[in-house]
Design a protein around this ligand. Structure first.
Ligand SMILES: NC(=O)c1ccc[n+]([C@@H]2O[C@H](COP(=O)([O-])OP(=O)(O)OC[C@H]3O[C@@H](n4cnc5c(N)ncnc54)[C@H](OP(=O)(O)O)[C@@H]3O)[C@@H](O)[C@H]2O)c1
Length: 249
């Protein structure tokens, strides 16, 4: 028996990194999983790698028409949505002095606006008793130089999670955050100003984790699976850190 047998899940941004690892875990646990991403080629590769019980839908979470298409596809399957993992997101380094309005709008656009309207548009298709998981970050609880805008987007999501958990409690829908620490993904490596500096950046970040290493995407997927499953049936409005102690110690 899988922990997600007969469940339908949607994971935004699931062609890479943590989202892809979570999609694999959900499929292994018996779910039918819808995955999204902007690049068609990456989406096709992910669907091929995940095998059966996966539907790929190309879409950008900052584009409301794309979100409508994603939820139309979920609705068309006719099974509702039991698990929504709002994972698409990212950031870039810029100090307050360097920050441009374009940087600010881009990061808030994907992480905050994208998440808000993903959850809003999911409301009609979410099953009563569904689990919504929001991708937060340990960075939201830290004061890392040059990561302020990203951290603020994830702090905003932590706040929205409390509100949405309260608003949706009447439908027995649980809403929680998984706050990952530095996790070895293409997205993390992509924070380096150029690819030759990626290895040094990842080593530097690993040194900031009390457990002394980067997280593996599967380790974050495990935390997401817990919140998605019935094991977390009395857990809502909370933030689960999978961060090797990065924001704790
Ligand atoms: N890695 C870490 O250390 C870490 C730590 C804490 C939190 N997080 C959070 O975890 C989430 C996943 O991070 P990751 O490191 O796994 O990233 P990643 O390897 O860069 O993967 C990001 C995924 O999201 C998709 N995506 C990006 N922008 C999108 C958009 N506008 N619309 C739809 N899909 C989009 C990407 O595909 P396309 O580019 O094709 O769209 C890709 O599938 C993010 O929210 C991130 O902030 C990561």
């Amino acid at each position: 028996m899988g922990q997600l047998d007969n469940k339908t899940a949607l994971i935004t941004g699931a062609t890479s990194g943590i989202g892809l690892a979570t999609a694999r875990r959900f499929v292994d646990e018996g779910a039918h999983v819808f995955i999204t991403g902007r690049r068609q080629s990456e989406l096709d590769s992910a669907v091929a790698a995940l095998g059966e019980n996966v539907t790929g839908i190309r879409g950008d979470v900052t584009d409301l028409d794309d979100l409508d298409r994603v939820f139309a596809a979920v609705t068309a399957r006719g099974q509702g949505l039991d698990v929504l993992y709002v994972n698409a997101g990212g950031g870039a380094f810029a100090t307050l002095e360097e920050l441009t309005p374009e940087d600010f709008d881009a990061t808030f656009g994907v992480n905050v606006r994208g998440t808000v309207f993903t959850v809003q548009k999911a409301l009609p298709v979410l099953a009563d008793g569904a689990s919504v998981i929001i991708a937060g970050s340990a960075a939201a609880s830290k004061g890392n130089p040059a990561f302020g805008v990203y951290a603020a987007t994830k702090a905003a999501l932590r706040s929205f999670t409390r509100t949405w958990a309260a608003e949706l409690a009447g439908r027995k829908i649980r809403v929680n955050v998984v706050a990952a620490g530095a996790t070895n993904t293409p997205g993390l490596a992509g924070l380096a100003p150029d690819p030759s500096q990626a290895e040094g950046l990842l080593a530097m970040l690993a040194g900031t984790v009390p457990l002394g290493r980067l997280g593996h995407p599967d380790e974050v997927a495990n935390a997401v699976l817990f919140l998605a499953s019935d094991q977390a049936s009395f857990v809502t409005g909370t933030e689960l850190f999978a961060d090797g102690g990065q924001a704790q110690l």
